[in-house]
Design a protein around this ligand. Structure first.
Ligand code: F6P
Length: 318
């Protein structure tokens, strides 16, 4: 098979481990992988090269993606789809590593050009339906927790309330895991609406119990963090600071968990590419097992974050 391989959308640590796995295992099986530069836009521009095992040397520990990446809404337009289909006529299958934009694009290409598509979920947001986890999520959780551990030192010394904004786009998966692992006092997520007075009474209660500082982890999709900070400072006279962790959460060396997922998802992607029961697959981790399942399963919104974990954040912050 001639396999086109691309990373698209936001990068996620562990993507390189998945690229390495696909290239080396495909070569072992007698397939040829072509690395597409800059996602779907690079495909349309026919910017690719034949990859061999040496092209992926020394990358297993690197964050980012050696294929580079781009968000490319153009691929979902009429013109973009038809150009991408022409380019894809050079290949037998497309393996795309990325988040929900990559999956939507992959599905559109499969529907339009009938090409075999295998999507490998990689996103720090962990917001892909059909899989329990995504490449990069574990690394981003660890990066944010490490940052909050440092913030806690200064929060304690200055007896301050810190609002720490984490990524996650419109979902709260990252925020919940980060908050629980960092021992935050509160977590604010889009899936669980909150009022200002609820936040204030929870801070007041903490104060009564002897807490002199608090960490509130806020998902970026849960509201506008600067105005929350302003209201808390104005209404209650708390000493409040905002720390937006931002793009540092997308970088850095992947954790062992993200690398393992890259290696294993890469192998499963090739299994899926050789499985002719369907022409569009999602590689997934379900209840600890690696599987491939119809890509259509990934098109619906994922169920909300684990409410047991969400509740534990406040129950453990007594
Ligand atoms: O999907 C990954 C992510 O980092 C989200 O958490 C964030 O909202 C978004 O990408 C930022 O996208 P961009 O790189 O286009 O600014």
């Amino acid at each position: 098979m001639k396999i086109a391989l691309a990373t698209t959308g936001g990068d996620a640590p562990g993507m390189n481990a998945a690229i390495r796995s696909v290239v080396r295992l495909a070569t072992e099986m007698g397939h040829q992988v072509y690395g597409i530069r800059r996602g779907y836009c690079g495909l349309i521009e026919r910017d690719w090269w034949a990859m061999g095992p040496r092209d992926v040397s020394g990358i297993v520990n690197q964050g980012g993606t050696i294929l580079r990446t781009l968000r490319c809404p153009y691929v979902e337009t009429e013109e973009g789809l038809s150009k991408a289909c022409e380019a894809l006529s050079n290949f037998d299958a497309l393996i795309v590593i990325g988040g929900d934009g990559s999956i939507r694009g992959g599905w559109a290409l499969h529907e339009r050009c009938g090409i075999k598509v295998v999507a490998v979920p990689a996103s720090i947001d962990n917001d892909i339906a059909g899989t329990d986890t995504t490449i990069g999520f574990d690394t981003a959780v660890n990066t944010a927790v490490e940052a909050i551990d440092k913030i806690r030192d200064t929060a304690t010394s200055h007896e301050r309330v810190f609002v720490v904004e984490v990524m996650g786009r419109a979902r709260g998966f990252l925020a919940v895991s980060v908050a629980l692992a960092a021992g935050a006092e509160m977590v604010l997520i889009p899936e669980h609406p909150f009022t200002l007075s609820e936040i204030e009474s929870s801070l007041d209660e903490g104060e009564k119990k002897g807490k002199s500082s608090s960490i509130i982890v806020m998902a970026e999709g849960a509201g506008y963090a600067p105005s929350l900070v302003e209201r808390l400072a104005r209404d209650r006279n708390y000493s409040v600071r905002l720390s937006v962790l931002g793009y540092m959460q997308r970088g850095g060396n992947p954790t062992a968990t993200s690398r393992l997922l890259g290696a294993l998802f890469g192998e499963e992607a090739l299994r899926a590419a050789q499985d002719d029961r369907e022409q569009a697959w999602l590689v997934a981790s379900v209840d600890g097992k690696l599987v491939h399942r119809p890509l259509v399963d990934a098109l619906k919104p994922k169920d909300g974050p684990d409410m047991r974990m969400f509740d534990l954040v406040s129950r453990l912050a007594v």
